[in-house]
Structure formats: structure tokens, C-alpha cells
Design a protein around this ligand. Structure first.
Ligand code: MG
Length: 433
């Protein structure tokens, strides 16, 4: 039973697990109100421009998906039950899920409010093979928290995530190392998180639809279609990828955005919204014990033209005054170019823990949760345009957990056009916050 000396075979254990709660927000609501069991339940805003944040499986069988406008969901299911989101409640339950995982597995990387990667290669002597550990975790989450979850396992994180999506709902799928390429071959290329809609189109034009087909094309053609991530994608496709935990860094950021039904035309009104948002972002920073170096202002005109401008400080801050001052000066420089405004967003990126505050897992988790909600909202905006989505700071938050592997998490900070190349001036330091 002792395999300690055998590093080669140890590496081939499909011990990277991806655990994902099933329809997390909706499952919590059904658990808390058993009368909802079996009904098409969605969590989200009920207003005219509300969006589905999470959909129960009975709702999904009717074609309802997260990030769908609520009006469309209502058309698909006239008997739809709409539950307003309780973000703080979900966060508390998320913390309990992560705590429970931590009882069994030491190496955990939480990637959103309801998902985590686990490296169980070190836990197997105590708890058994990856399958047994995954069973144990799923059973405990079910028994202690009353919630369903799914787990995928592989030798690499990307394949583990693909496997968990195939295992849903309430399932387990472990892909042995030797069968990775075979498992992936028939799947559409879109399940690879590095392949976005553009790359998918490019591949489609050359007749590549499955991962198996993708492996067969010349490298140069692959590079043309998917860009610099080609080697990574190829490694994944042929089953040689061994990316484990902690190999991905994600810039932490948080922010708020709002879309108006009617364009804002009064500069004083825009300015007032921007300052309020800056205050709100500063409050979120302080609540999470974070400071920021970079503040980003996003403006969108009614025709969809979007301007993103950022400004970076030498010293990090969480002061509302400094954020306000900076976003207002970014606005002053752009206002002549944008006389009608449809969307305004303020975001703090490159977050760091506040001085003297250790990066506790709980804080990291909280930031991850926020970023996930924001990312889900950004996806909804991209998919349905600004007209369909009104975003308050909490109510229309979406369950990022509902995304499938075909719908990767965008990094809102990294994808902001104009950032950081168009950084504004570096404001003077004014001392403590
Ligand atoms: Mg989920």
C-alpha cells in the first residue's frame, strides 16, 4: 500500500478534483422552503429588466438558463417561481461548504462562491482513492448542508472542471489519466475555457468542432485560431496537461455598475452617480479589509461605445474620498466625448489586503465570490446587451456557478480595454485612509 517512493505513479492519480454546487442559489432556496421542490424556481430580480441568477433543474428542463432575462424565463414557464437573491445567506453557506472541504482536504483553491479545486493526492492515505474522497465530500455536503453538488476528477484542473460539468446534476465523474484524450475527443471545443466564441468561430471555419478534430490540425492553424494559448490548449486536448492547483493567478477586483433605462444627459447627474459608486466601492473594500491601487471608470454610450479609463496610485488606498476624486477627474476628461450615458461603472482592481491584515482564506473567498458575481453579470451584459440588464449593487447579482465549461470566467479587470495602458496621472499621496 505504500506508494510514497513512486513519484511516477503518484502523479498519474486523477487527484485534482473540481467540486461545484448544483444550481447553488436555487438549491439553497429550495432547501429552505421545501414547498418549492420540483417547481421551476429561479433566483433573480423580478423587475422588468431582471435577470436569472440561478435556475433549479426543473426550471432548466423548461429551457431556462442563468443570465437569461427574467421576461424570457417567464415566457418559458408561466408558473415560474422567482425568489429574490439573498447574497449574504449564500455566502454564509458557501463558507460552510469550504470549511467542510477543508476538514478532509488540505489543498483547496476556491474559485467562486460555490466551486473549488481540491488536490486530494495527499489525502488518499487517510481517506482513500479520489473516487472515495469525492463520495465522502458529496455525502457530507448533502447530509450536513442539505445541498447537491457534483465532482469531476482528473490529472489536470481543466479536465476536472470539464468532468464536473458532465457529471451534473448530483454526479461524480473521474477521468483516469490514460483515458483523458479519449474522454475529451468527442466533446465540442467550446468546453475548453481558453476557447472563446471568436476562436470557436475560427475553428468552425476550418471544420474543427470537437477536441478530437482539434488535435489533428497543424499547429500553425491552431495558433491562428486560438492565439498564444495554442500550446496550452493542445496539451489539454491530447491529455498531457498536468496543471494542478494554484497555477492560475487571478487579479482580484471589485466594483459596481449600473445601466439606465433612459440615457443620462445631465453631467451633474453622471457625476453624482459616479461619486456614489466610488463611495460604494470604497465601502466594499473596507468591508473586505482590502486596499486598491487602481480605480477604473467605465462609461457606455447608448450606441454601445464603451470607454474604460483607469488611474493608478503609488500607495494603495480604501478611501472613498480618493476614489471619488479620481473617478471624477477621469470623467471630466471624457465627458465631452460622451454626452449621453447609458451605463456607468466604477471598479477597484489590483486589490491587496489592508496593511497588517493577513490574507485569510475567508477574505480571499469573499473577494472570489464578488468577482464571480461580477463576472457573471459581465457575461450577461455581453450576451444580452445593456438594454436587458439593470444592475444594482446586489439585487441582480448572478450565480457564476451556473456557468458551464463552455462559458469561462472572464477576468473583468484584465479584459477592460484601455487598462492599464491608458492609466491616468498618478495622484499625490495624502497619507493614511
Ligand atoms: Mg455551481
Amino acid at each position: 500500500m505504500d506508494e510514497c517512493g513512486d513519484a511516477g505513479s503518484t502523479q498519474e492519480i486523477p487527484g485534482i478534483l473540481h467540486l461545484d454546487m448544483d444550481a447553488f442559489f436555487a438549491s439553497v432556496e429550495v432547501r429552505d422552503d421545501p414547498r418549492l421542490r420540483g417547481l421551476p424556481v429561479v433566483v433573480g430580480g423580478a423587475g422588468a429588466r431582471g435577470v436569472v441568477a440561478a435556475a433549479s433543474y426543473p426550471a432548466r428542463t423548461r429551457g431556462i438558463r442563468s443570465a437569461m432575462p427574467m421576461a424570457s424565463a417567464r415566457r418559458l414557464a408561466p408558473d415560474l417561481v422567482i425568489v429574490p437573491p439573498r447574497i449574504e445567506h449564500y455566502r454564509r453557506i458557501s463558507a460552510r461548504v469550504m470549511e467542510l472541504l477543508g476538514d478532509v482536504v488540505a489543498d483547496i483553491e476556491q474559485i467562486s462562491v460555490d466551486e473549488a479545486f481540491l488536490d486530494v493526492r495527499g489525502a488518499r492515505r487517510l481517506f482513500g482513492a479520489p473516487e472515495q474522497i469525492a463520495d465522502l465530500l458529496r455525502r457530507r455536503i448533502r447530509e450536513e448542508l442539505g445541498l447537491p453538488s457534483s465532482v469531476g476528477g482528473s490529472v489536470s484542473r481543466a479536465v476536472a472542471k470539464i468532468a464536473s460539468a458532465r457529471a451534473k446534476p448530483d454526479g461524480l465523474l473521474i477521468v483516469p489519466a490514460a483515458r483523458t484524450a479519449e474522454f475529451l475527443a468527442p466533446l465540442p471545443v467550446s468546453v475548453i475555457s481558453g476557447i472563446g466564441p471568436k476562436a470557436q468561430e475560427a475553428l468552425d471555419r476550418i471544420g474543427v468542432r470537437t477536441i478530437g478534430q482539434l488535435r489533428e490540425i497543424p499547429r500553425s492553424a491552431l495558433a491562428r485560431a486560438v492565439g498564444p494559448r495554442a500550446p496550452e490548449i493542445l496539451a489539454l486536448a491530447d491529455g498531457s496537461d498536468r496543471t494542478g492547483l494554484g497555477h492560475r493567478t487571478r487579479d482580484k477586483s471589485l466594483g459596481t455598475e449600473r445601466t439606465w433605462d433612459e440615457d443620462l444627459t445631465d453631467p451633474a447627474e453622471v457625476r453624482r452617480c459616479i461619486t456614489q459608486m466610488a463611495d460604494d466601492v470604497a465601502r466594499q473594500l473596507r468591508r473586505g479589509d482590502f486596499v486598491t491601487r487602481t480605480v477604473v471608470l467605465k462609461l457606455r454610450a447608448p450606441d454601445g461605445t464603451t470607454i474604460t479609463r483607469s488611474s493608478t496610485w503609488d500607495q494603495p488606498t480604501s478611501s472613498g474620498e480618493r476614489l471619488r476624486e479620481q473617478v471624477v477627474s477621469l470623467w471630466e476628461r471624457e465627458r465631452s466625448r460622451m454626452r449621453r450615458v447609458r451605463l456607468v461603472g466604477v471598479r477597484a482592481s489590483h486589490l491587496e489586503p489592508a496593511a497588517g491584515t493577513p490574507v485569510q482564506s475567508e477574505l480571499t473567498a469573499r473577494a472570489a465570490g464578488w468577482q464571480d458575481l461580477e463576472a457573471a453579470m459581465d457575461r450577461a451584459l455581453e450576451r444580452f446587451g445593456t438594454h436587458s440588464l439593470g444592475r444594482g449593487s446586489t439585487l441582480s447579482a448572478a450565480d457564476g456557478a451556473q456557468r458551464g465549461p463552455a462559458d469561462p470566467v472572464p477576468d473583468p479587470a484584465a479584459s477592460s480595454p484601455g487598462h492599464p495602458a491608458e492609466d491616468g496621472p498618478h495622484p499625490r499621496e495624502r497619507g493614511g485612509r
